[in-house]
Design a protein around this ligand. Sequence first.
Ligand code: 0O2
Length: 245
Amino acid sequence: MSEDDPLPTRPGTPLLSDRAVELLDHADSNTVAELTALRDQINRFLMRYKFGVSEVETKLTILREEFNFTAGYNPIENIACRVKPLDGVLEKAARKGIPLDLDAIKDGLSDIAGVRVICSFVSDVYRIFEMLTSQDDITVLEVKDYIAHPKPNGYRSLHVILEVPVFLSSGPQQVRVEVQFRTIAMDFWASLEHKTYYKYDRQVPKHLIEGLTEAAETAAHLDATMERLHHEVRGYPEPPRSLSI
Ligand code: 0O2
């Protein structure tokens, strides 16, 4: 595929039906120019989220390195970043009844940019959350504490939807990013639960649901035990176990 191809994503793109492909094959130059402009607009739209994710990732990396230097251990095991692909954005917008308009999608979807932070211990989850969200240029829009209040199925994580400024050639823009904080045990559980959910096409047998809920309790117990041992070994005072905001 060359850089000059006016519609480089056309062949094989699942978003386009055979009929749309046929129409494009016979499209006049104005139509092709309009579609090219639309493609550029979409790419620019998604690019802002990529920059937003990079800003948050940089902030977390700085916190991780500094914490490692001062406290002598690493509170963040892993940072995973993603920008929802266009088909996922369109599918979620349609599911939520959001008009297929970029401004409406920007206002209506909060998880186009996502960052997942896997911490060693529950106290690190809250500590890193506070260190990130207390930064002057971060605006917190919403917090969901599924650690203090797990979902009925046992899901645990701390979610925050925040805005971070990105500095473009045209000036600063606020970009919304969803950050999920969880421990290794919570992540292990969520990953298996997610796979199970999709394997059974959301119709998970009752005994598996019960097994997963029980496993979530076991994981929470493991988190508490590991944290207690860690603090005993290091001689730390009682750690934060909930939000202080
Ligand atoms: P993906 O592919 O991870 O992005 P929303 O649908 O986001 O508008 P909701 O459900 O109120 O609204 O948001 P919430 O509760 O903050 O959950 C959003 C994300 O958290 C999900 O994103 C999952 O990543 C994760 N999550 C929430 N509940 C569960 C759960 O029970 N099990 C697992 N494994 N993950 C969960 P998406 O969009 O579902 O998917």
